[in-house]
Every structure is written in structure tokens, then in C-alpha cells.
Design a protein around this ligand. Sequence first.
Ligand code: ZN
Length: 245
Amino acid sequence: MQLQTSTWVETEEYLKRNNGIVVPIGSTEQHGPTGLIGTDAICPEVIAKAAGDEADILVAPTFSVGCAQHHMAFKGSMTLRPSTMIATIVDWVTSLRRHGFTRIYFLNGHGGNIATIEAAFSEIYADASLSGGEDPLVCKLRNWWELGEVMAFCKKTYGAAHGSHATPSEVAVTYFAYPEKLSNQELSPKIAPNGRFTDAADYRRNFPDGRIGSNPSLATVADGETLVRMAKKALIKEFEGFAAS
Ligand SMILES: [Zn+2]
């Protein structure tokens, strides 16, 4: 069930049986010369939609622009400052809370969002703490690659070529969602360099084609299908436990 394609009447009915909602959250940033700019938003969106189609889970709109300042030297990347992102997450959660949602499950697709999402949760909890009140609201963060057997599959299938940015697993999920975007282009070097970065100029200098440690040309539509199936199954189980807690 998708919030965007539900009516308020259906949402009111849902809230009588479930106080939980999944919010896919990602980023709009370059993913190497062959990866889609929306990869980090598309992955949690596709997995959450699959879960919402199969189980009684309401899925919010995708929070699709995140913390990506370090990707800004590549065309098409968009970013929020951490402070803007915190304020926006607080407003999204406060809107949902007003309607009675008390279990907000963020399914994340971008490692660079983690610290900021956690900071937003602290902002939200601070409201009750500082006012001396109490609120049953619980926010949860889960990265999609941590779900179920996903990481074990990535290690087994891609080994050292998985890397940490523009990984074959995330690219495979986007190929499953948009098979017409499949690229067979060979990249050079096959496996991108590893390392650290600060700002956008530093990132571009260290990782000239945008990838970090990965070989996304290993990605296939079939792998994407497997990954979505594994992640969906684990998401349904975890969300149901969380919503009932
Ligand atoms: Zn990514």
C-alpha cells in the first residue's frame, strides 16, 4: 500500500489496524559513469514497494535527496545540507505523528545519510524530553543492504569488487527496476580505487569516474531480482515486529 496512491479514507482505515509506516530514504548523486543518479533512492523505494504490495504495510513517498555534498563535482548530483535534512525529516515525522503514526521505519539507501538521520531522531525525541512530556513515537533506521541475507549474497557474488560506492548490488537493483538501463560498458580500472574524501573537489580528484572500490559492470537484472526478494522478505518480518512493539 502506497500513501501516494491511497485516499485519506483508506489511510484512516489503515491507522485503525497499524500505526507503522515505511519511509524510503535515499540520495540523488552520481553512481559512476554507468550507474543511475537516483540509485540510492530507487533501491529502498523498490524494496519498500515490493513489501507494501505483498503485506499490509503503508509506504510513504520517497525522501529522495539526501546528504551528497561530496558528489557535487559530478553533473546531476543534488544535496541537502545536514541541517536542512534534519529539519525536513523532523517535519515529515511530525506530519505523520499528527495522524497517529507512532512507528516510523526509515529504509535507507545511502551510507552518507546515516549520521544525519540519527541526528534528526535525536531532534524529534528532544521535543518530548525538553517539554517534560512523553511520546510513544519510535523512529527506526535500517539500511537496505543490512536486511536478511543481502550482505552475505554480495560477499559471495562480488567479493572484493563490491566496493562501497556504485556497488554492483545497488546497480543490480536499479537494473531490475529499470532493465532498459542495463549497461555492459567495461570500466577502467575494472575495480575502482578505495580511500577517503572530504569535499566535492577532493572526491573528484581521488575517484575520477565517481566509483569507490567497486566494479558495477558485474551487476545483472537477475541479481537485482534476488536482492529485492531477499530484502523484501526481511523487511516485512522486521517491520511487522517493529509496528507491533
Ligand atoms: Zn549508492
